[in-house]
Design a protein around this ligand. Structure first.
Ligand SMILES: C[S@@+](CC[C@H](N)C(=O)[O-])C[C@H]1O[C@@H](n2cnc3c(N)ncnc32)[C@H](O)[C@@H]1O
Length: 170
């Protein structure tokens, strides 16, 4: 998820919506934030298995995320200073990149292409969409652009839709 100095509630809701899928699907799941503000340019990769509390509501996820962001080492995570370009190149070497955009190919049509891959990395904006330059970087690294519908949804809801589809097709 790509964001900057924006709204913490958006990030916290994404964590809350991703959390239950670690039990529902037998796969490793991480939430990677890329803080793209020019004063930041850093990534934080949070394996869902590293969380220390059960997340049942937004209060739980907000508390947990404040704790992780304040001291990631307690969760076995660390901030990594990196440009967006280097991060995307590194992720593309490890996973199939899937860029989530309302302008992409329908999920129904793309799910069969991605469902048998060993490692998938879904890239999405937080409160704002990615910049044109960031979209170009993704395209250069061969990202598949996937849409879950023509309307613009909250990032957290897009996460739920993607996980639901994956759980039905894995
Ligand atoms: C809240 S949206 C960003 C702002 C949004 N474009 C707007 O106009 O309000 C957060 C992110 O969710 C993803 N997203 C939203 N709607 C989507 C859709 N229909 N299909 C795929 N991804 C979507 C995109 O990655 C987007 O950057």
């Amino acid at each position: 998820m790509v964001g900057g100095q924006e709204r913490f509630d958006v990030l916290s809701r994404c964590l809350l919506n991703l959390y239950p899928w670690k039990e529902r699907m037998n796969i490793d799941i991480s939430l990677l934030f890329y803080f793209s503000h020019p004063n930041e340019n850093k990534a934080l990769n949070i394996p869902i298995s590293s969380l220390k509390t059960t997340l049942q509501n937004e209060l739980d996820s907000t508390r947990e995320l404040i704790s992780i962001i304040s001291d990631p080492t307690k969760y076995g995570c660390r901030y990594e200073s990196t440009s967006f370009e280097d991060l995307i190149i590194s992720l593309a070497n490890q996973s199939i990149l899937c860029y989530l955009s309302s302008h992409g190919n329908s999920l129904d049509n793309t799910i069969k292409t991605i469902q048998n891959e060993n490692s998938l990395c879904f890239v999405l904006g937080s409160q704002y969409d990615l910049t044109e330059e960031q979209e170009e970087r993704l395209s250069n690294e061969g990202a598949i652009t996937i849409s879950v519908g023509e309307k613009e949804y909250l990032a957290s809801h897009v996460i739920t839709i993607i996980c639901y589809y994956l759980s039905k097709n894995l």
